[in-house]
Design a protein around this ligand. Structure first.
Ligand code: DLL
Length: 435
């Protein structure tokens, strides 16, 4: 039997959802026009005013926001309210050194936590549950997003943050955690560590996991479910749309229901910007319908997906999105952290290296490995092992500061990285081969 956190809205008839969207979009466009000069200028350039937006269908008339806009508007350009009304920020990597910073009023936090609460209840969560949150806390949205939802549902919440796997397992076993929230790769790692410590899947009290923030396959889902003895649910979101909980899976595990009363989804052709009909694969675009502090309209996610309105047996009526099938840009997700090759290039050039580099990603024991090979120039080249090691350590530290995670740096002799005749092959991602 399905349970819902906000049954009336989660199972609302289609007409009711459209009615809510029609009402909210008119208000939201007016709010943005009045308060976000950056977007107002984009609207003026397109010759659109709030008077042109009468129903949700009119959304097509509005301009898109791209990652470049998020970067150009950093930090306050897309803020929709006085800073004094904001109570929090979160942040994630941008395409260059500038990160994406999202702002929240208390109202925004409330609606975000409603979304994650819906996801927790859809995964079987009740006030009897013990929710172990091992997404990172801090600037990343994963930790506080699931944490807030868990409080709303009334679960006992373990704010573990990520890392320190031994302690995670100790608390999980001693306090009887029933729902685990983390990235799928960390879940797989916890599963492996449990087995190594001699535990069988039936020894823990876990029943469900809510995993997201990075791509994962059906094979990986089955592997995690077996190792931990749980049902594994996918959850999706982006910092700029609040964080996790924009969409989430129900017990059907067949696509993630988008919280359509808060986020309007479109699929577009990434090359032409044309809106594609339901069922076609393209880039996902989100409009937040009622956020105050960071009210993005038609924000291009770069995630490639398909939407489906086929009725779902769980009773939820909200549209479902497929797992993201890739990206229309070069963003990598490494151990749950977003990394753009351009960020690495920026650091290399700042630190006086050549832009000849290669990123090699692989997966070892369900954990991403992250190696960066960098060519030194002839005058940087040294036969001294100790000198090279020192340079590698210093570059690793500069990259860690920029990216938020540390790669293993390998300095290599001039002209050893294969030159390409076309586009340089900057990334070798071996993870896809055996997921
Ligand atoms: O990753 C928010 C999040 C936290 C989602 C915890 C789920 C759980 P960002 O750091 O801004 O936000 O990264 C957003 O991550 O555009 C996708 O490419 C990717 N992503 C997020 N969830 C999934 C998922 C958080 N379930 C970017 N499957 C998005 C595949 C995902 N990719």
């Amino acid at each position: 039997m399905s349970r819902y956190y906000q049954p009336e809205i989660e199972t609302a008839p289609r007409e009711k959802i459209i009615e809510i969207q029609n009402e909210k979009i008119v208000r939201q466009v007016r709010h943005v026009w009045d308060n976000v000069p950056y977007y107002r200028r984009l609207m003026e350039e397109k010759g659109v005013t709030p008077d042109d937006i009468k129903t949700i269908d009119d959304i097509k008339k509005l301009p898109f926001l791209s990652k470049a806009d998020l970067r150009d508007a950093y930090p306050y350009g897309l803020l929709g309210t006085d800073l004094k009304n904001c109570v929090r920020i979160h942040s994630t990597s941008g395409t260059t050194g500038k990160r994406v910073v999202a702002f929240y009023t208390q109202h925004d936090i409330d609606l975000w936590e409603d979304c994650t609460a819906r996801a927790i209840v859809a995964a079987g969560g009740t006030e009897d549950d013990v929710v172990q949150v091992c997404y990172g806390y801090g600037l990343f949205t994963g930790g506080s997003g699931l944490h807030g939802g868990s409080h709303k549902v009334g679960c006992l919440t373990l704010p573990m943050s990520s890392g320190n796997t031994e302690r995670q397992i100790q608390f999980m076993m001693d306090l009887g955690s029933t729902i685990l929230c983390c990235t799928p790769s960390y879940a797989a790692y916890i599963g492996e560590s449990l087995a190594e410590m001699g535990y069988r899947p039936e020894d823990n009290k876990l029943k469900a996991g809510i995993f997201g923030a990075e791509p994962w396959t059906e094979e990986m889902r089955r592997d995690i479910e077996k190792k931990l003895g749980i049902k594994a649910y996918d959850i999706y979101g982006l910092t700029e749309t609040s964080g996790p909980g924009v969409s989430y899976e129900c017990e059907e595990q067949a696509g993630m229901h988008i919280n359509e009363d808060h986020f309007y989804a479109e699929i577009i052709d990434p090359d032409t910007g044309e809106v594609l009909p339901e069922g076609e694969k393209g880039e996902l675009v989100f409009t937040s319908l009622d956020k105050e502090a960071f009210p993005l309209l038609r924000d291009r996610t770069r995630d490639i997906c398909v939407l489906s309105r086929r009725p779902c047996s769980c009773g939820r009526t909200h549209v479902r999105m497929s797992k993201p099938m890739g990206r229309s840009d070069d963003m990598l997700i490494i151990r749950g952290v977003n990394v753009f090759p351009s960020q690495i290039e920026t650091v290399l050039l700042n630190e006086g290296y050549t832009p000849n580099y290669q990123i090699v990603l692989d997966r070892e024991r369900n954990n991403d490995t992250f190696d960066v090979y960098v060519e030194v120039s002839a005058d940087q080249f040294s036969d001294l092992m100790s000198q090279i090691q020192k340079m590698e350590k210093s570059l690793e530290s500069a990259l860690r500061t920029m990216l938020g995670i540390g790669p293993k740096v390998h300095l290599v002799a001039p002209k050893t990285i294969t030159r390409s005749e076309g586009k340089a092959v900057r990334v070798i991602d071996k993870r896809k081969l055996h997921d």
